[in-house]
Write a protein that binds this ligand. Structure first.
Ligand code: NAD
Ligand code: SER
Length: 320
């Protein structure tokens, strides 16, 4: 029987992954943990839920001991744009939080899933078909913590036998919980503004290509990787995974097929633009496909249709 602890359970991924894990493994077997943001009622009421600070190791250890946890999905993190505003804070949460999780996992023999990111690559990496194994050298604090985190997770696997696994997520698009301050957040906001205002002002330039993925695929990636046969894994931390490579105007054009009056203009934010330009245009995720059968289900067209349907229902705004 798996007993799973999720950190960052109130976040964009955690709010959905915790519920997906509860559906798969049973409500009582998945312990959601949040920090300052309160999770929604469904998450609070459907299973165990606590507040922890991952920079305080005892708060993690208490949960693992109390519930006899054997698997940790460690999602607590500071995202790229917020990290650039306060790099010291991001280093503290992203590095010490992960170190504490790994130390607890070593002591209590837990498996650990930790997401890395497209942000783990920097301007020296090939921009197109960015390989699984290549130079990384990111130029952001977020990326530096992601590369260091990948190395630390691999170290804990090789040195202590902790079953660590991770993916390099692209920008994630979802309609349940708003993103937490990343560079790719525009790709969520554009859908809300399209439904509410029929127009959107984008902070990234036209032609800024980035990998993206719809949340149902991201949840499947995490669970499938943790379920994968370890003997097939040549890599561990962390696998490139992607579903689509898009620029803002590609998403806008797809939205226009459903909301013809939608328009988009641009007011570029130089900080987030510089971050986006240092990241891949599109990653090569063939290692994930070969080693654990990764395959996305949603493309830009099917994701756009589903996002608009769900956001218009949520906001009670009819799309004719
Ligand atoms: P998010 O910002 O939505 O959620 C992160 C959560 O961490 C928040 O709810 C926050 O309260 C919590 N947190 C912050 N400090 C904490 C602390 N000291 N102790 C405990 N919890 C704390 O982030 P997300 O989008 O859900 O991302 C989850 C993971 O996936 C992160 O590692 C992120 O880097 C990675 N990732 C996300 C994306 C994306 O597009 N969402 C893309 C690539 C990688
Ligand atoms: N969506 C994330 C960010 O922009 C990518 O890791 O920070």
């Amino acid at each position: 029987m798996q007993k799973i602890l999720v950190t960052g359970a109130a976040g964009q991924i955690g709010s959905e992954l915790t519920m997906a894990l509860r559906r798969k493994y049973g409500n009582e077997n998945v312990i959601g943990t949040a920090h300052k943001t309160k999770p929604d009622e469904a998450l609070l009421e459907s299973g165990p839920c606590h507040f922890i600070d991952c920079t305080e190791i005892n708060t993690i250890a208490e949960m693992v001991e109390k519930y006899k946890v054997d698997t940790i999905y460690h999602l607590a993190s500071i995202l790229s744009a917020v990290a650039e505003q306060n790099p010291q804070f991001a280093w503290n949460v992203n590095m010490f939080g992960l170190y504490n999780v790994l130390e607890v996992a070593r002591e209590y023999k837990c498996a650990v899933f930790t997401p890395s990111s497209i942000g783990a690559f920097g301007p020296a990496a090939p921009l197109n078909k960015t390989p699984q194994d290549t130079i990384q050298r990111p130029s952001t604090m977020y990326g530096i913590t992601k590369v260091a985190g990948e190395l630390l997770c691999d170290y804990y696997f090789k040195r202590f036998g902790v079953d660590t696994r991770g993916v390099r997520y692209p920008g994630l698009i979802s309609h349940k919980t708003l993103p937490g301050g990343g560079t790719t957040d525009y790709a969520v906001k554009i859908f809300y503004e399209a439904v509410k205002q029929r127009k959107y002002t984008c902070y990234l330039k036209a032609g800024t290509y980035l990998d993206m993925m719809y949340m149902p695929d991201a949840l499947r990636a995490a669970i499938d990787l943790m379920e994968a046969n370890p003997s097939r894994l040549k890599h561990r931390n962390a696998f490139n995974v992607t579903a689509m490579s898009v620029a803002p105007e590609d998403i806008a054009a797809e939205i226009k097929r459903i909301i013809p009056e939608f328009t988009m203009d641009f007011k570029v934010d130089p900080v987030r633009q510089a971050i986006a330009e240092s990241w891949p245009n599109n990653m090569d995720d063939s290692a994930a496909r070969e080693e654990w059968g990764w395959k996305p289900e949603y493309d830009l067209e099917s994701m756009t249709k589903d996002m608009i349907e769900n956001i218009s229902q949520k906001l009670k705004i009819k799309i004719d």
